[in-house]
Design a protein around this ligand. Structure first.
Ligand SMILES: [Zn+2]
Ligand SMILES: [Zn+2]
Length: 143
């Protein structure tokens, strides 16, 4: 079955979205900014920009993340419950969606680890997925 519709939400439900299309598999980002925002490594699936539809967004707040390596990044979170939902490199084709906010089953898999040069010193990466010191440049994302 082709998973063509995904839904997701923040913890409290004040931000809800759907993706009307396929999501790309999950990148685990070890950068210092993601670890601060998420409390640990981020896990981002990605959607084509035009396929991400906000169903409820009254509490969605965008933080312009000046210190991200990618210029123009905005991080979207719920100002009521604090859930971190989106990583949006404005001007690019895809928006990144926190995989943990998706309703199961997602049908997704891990694609790889990025920014391992900034990984925390309190854990090890213990799987066989590909790793990149910085951005994967899209090469871990096959579709
Ligand atoms: Zn919320
Ligand atoms: Zn990151």
């Amino acid at each position: 079955m082709d998973v063509a519709l995904h839904r997701g939400r923040c913890l409290c439900g004040a931000v809800r979205y759907q993706v009307v299309g396929r999501l790309r598999d999950v990148l685990f980002c070890h950068c210092a900014n993601c670890r601060r925002v998420h409390g640990h490594v981020s896990a981002y699936a990605s959607a084509k920009r035009e396929e991400l539809v906000l169903l409820e967004d009254h509490a969605l707040t965008w933080y312009r993340s000046e210190s991200d390596e990618t210029p123009g990044v905005h991080r979207g979170f719920c100002r009521v419950c604090g859930s971190s939902l989106f990583w949006d490199p404005r001007g690019q084709d895809h928006v990144y969606v926190s995989a943990g906010t998706l309703d199961p089953p997602t049908g997704l898999h891990g694609a790889g680890h990025v920014w391992t040069s900034q990984a925390g010193d309190y854990y090890d990466i213990c799987d066989d997925l590909p790793q990149a010191d910085g951005s994967s440049g899209g090469r871990f994302l096959v579709r």
